[in-house]
Design a binder for this molecule. Structure first.
Ligand SMILES: [Fe+2]
Length: 338
């Protein structure tokens, strides 16, 4: 991989890596996969000054895993006769108006172009258009959430930051007995209005953060590389299973207190930086100005890296019935390749 340099991202407790001087023009597929493995272990990877454009970005990310957007995948699974053709769904009387509205929104932000790379921008043609976004994970209240996200800047990026909160170091810093208590804990998720975007803009896709009310998801899960941490996205968690509202709030506030030590806001240094982060046990946020800002988002699972690493499919959960529920949903929405 020649002269590429690696350095730690501050504050993330040993997780998080900067990659500089990476020459994408002379990068072999093996070297890129090796970086993928490193990303899986580090959870957050920031590759500065990539020189990449959208098409090349797509090709690279496809080598790590398949693109996943659960709202689209769920609709396609519900209407298999449409053969993943959005136009057939739009024309059908079997598809509800609400579902059509979601598809329309998805089309608007780039979901109809090849490769399911979505535009994230501030001119009304992208996802999460305006303003700052508070701590959240994507598809956070979906038991089969997509585990990885990549953002490639295009233009207008350098007045904004993408921030990360890693939960693994805090989890591992706790006593073994407390951890085994936490391992049994289950959080309740619901879609909550205005929880992500401070400017109060809520589109339909936001609701896919948690499609089913009162979804139960264990607090402690593992990342695709087997790192344990908290799946505790602030946008959809509304309580702890079997605990009163006030006890839940107190407990979760303590947890937030501990997690606040492990955050880092990366102010984009270059328009062509590439940021890749875990979406299972890491939360992210956006700060700064979104004026004339455009980046591309590829949301993915780690299928191909996972295959090289362990030959085993990703299983986020360690306890039942969540393992079974996860498998069932995955069987429904994704064609499993190994
Ligand atoms: Fe996000």
């Amino acid at each position: 991989m020649g002269k590429r340099k690696l350095s730690d991202i501050p504050n993330l407790g040993g997780y998080g890596v900067f990659v500089d001087d990476l020459d994408f023009q002379h990068l072999s597929r093996e070297e890129w996969k090796e970086l993928g493995m490193l990303h899986m272990k580090k959870l957050v990877m920031i590759i500065r000054k990539t020189g990449l454009k959208r098409q090349h970005f797509h090709k690279l990310m496809r080598a790590w895993g398949r693109d996943r957007q659960n709202y689209a995948a769920t609709l396609f699974a519900k209407y298999p006769w449409a053969n993943k053709d959005r136009h057939r769904l739009m024309d059908s009387s079997k598809v509800t108006d609400h579902e059509k509205a979601i598809l329309k929104e998805y089309d608007k932000i780039g979901g109809n172009s090849d490769g399911a790379i979505l535009r994230v921008c501030g001119d009304g043609t992208g996802l999460f258009a305006h303003g700052e976004l508070q701590w959240h994970s994507n598809e956070s209240g979906d038991i089969a959430f997509t585990p990885g996200v990549a953002l490639l800047g295009d233009h207008g990026m350098t007045d904004s930051a993408t921030g990360f909160m890693v939960t693994a170091p805090y989890y591992y810093s706790l006593s073994e007995s407390f951890r085994s208590e936490l391992d049994e804990m289950v959080l309740i998720h619901n879609f909550q209005d205005g929880k992500i975007n401070v400017e109060g803009e809520n589109n339909l896709l936001y609701k896919n953060m948690c499609p089913e009310p009162d979804t139960e998801i264990p607090l402690v899960i593992q990342s695709p590389a087997g790192i344990k941490g908290f799946h505790f996205p602030y946008n959809t968690v509304t309580g702890i299973k079997g605990m009163s509202k006030s006890d839940s709030t107190r407990f979760l506030n303590d947890l937030k207190w501990g997690l606040a030590n492990y955050t880092y806001d990366y102010w984009w240094e270059n328009d062509d930086d590439l940021i890749i982060f875990d979406n299972s046990i890491v939360q992210h946020r956006r700060l700064g100005s979104t004026k004339d800002r455009l980046c591309y988002r590829y949301q993915f699972d780690y299928t191909y890296l996972q295959y090289s690493m362990s030959k085993r499919r990703y299983m986020p959960y360690m306890i039942e019935p969540y393992m079974s529920r996860y498998k069932e949903k995955m069987n429904n929405i994704v064609s499993l390749t190994f």
